[in-house]
Design a binder for this molecule. Sequence first.
Ligand SMILES: [Zn+2]
Length: 43
Amino acid sequence: MARHEYYDDGSTDKQQCPRCGDTFLGDYDDRLHCGQCSYTEFK
Ligand SMILES: [Zn+2]
């Protein structure tokens, strides 16, 4: 319940795109998707 404390370094429970580095991956049912470079990571 203390996730707000992690906003300091820009990281939340969201994952960042390994290609873009500064873009968060969209969280879908079975995968994470970067809308900028189309990188997809299956869970
Ligand atoms: Zn990306």
